[in-house]
Design a protein around this ligand. Structure first.
Ligand SMILES: [Zn+2]
Length: 75
């Protein structure tokens, strides 16, 4: 397979639905659990472009550990 996984060669990519941008049948990576008020938790998968966005947000968060939590928005 030729997946855009250069940034995460050791992580488990699958083909499916990106929970961030709603792309279908794309390589996706599990990025963590999401919590629902009424439906518990679910695994969230993101496509390569959204994973890169998450990487940026997480890096910014890590650089500002003393700042209040920031809302994360998908591209
Ligand atoms: Zn996406």
């Amino acid at each position: 397979m030729n997946l855009p996984t250069a940034h995460h060669p050791d992580r488990d990519w699958a083909t499916g639905h990106c929970w961030c941008c709603a792309a279908e049948n794309v390589p996706v990576l599990w990025i963590g659990p999401a919590q629902s008020q009424d439906h518990g938790t679910a695994p969230v998968y993101a496509c390569a472009a959204c994973v890169l966005r998450w990487e940026q947000l997480i890096a910014e968060h890590g650089a500002r550990r003393d700042a209040p939590g920031r809302e994360a928005h998908c591209a």
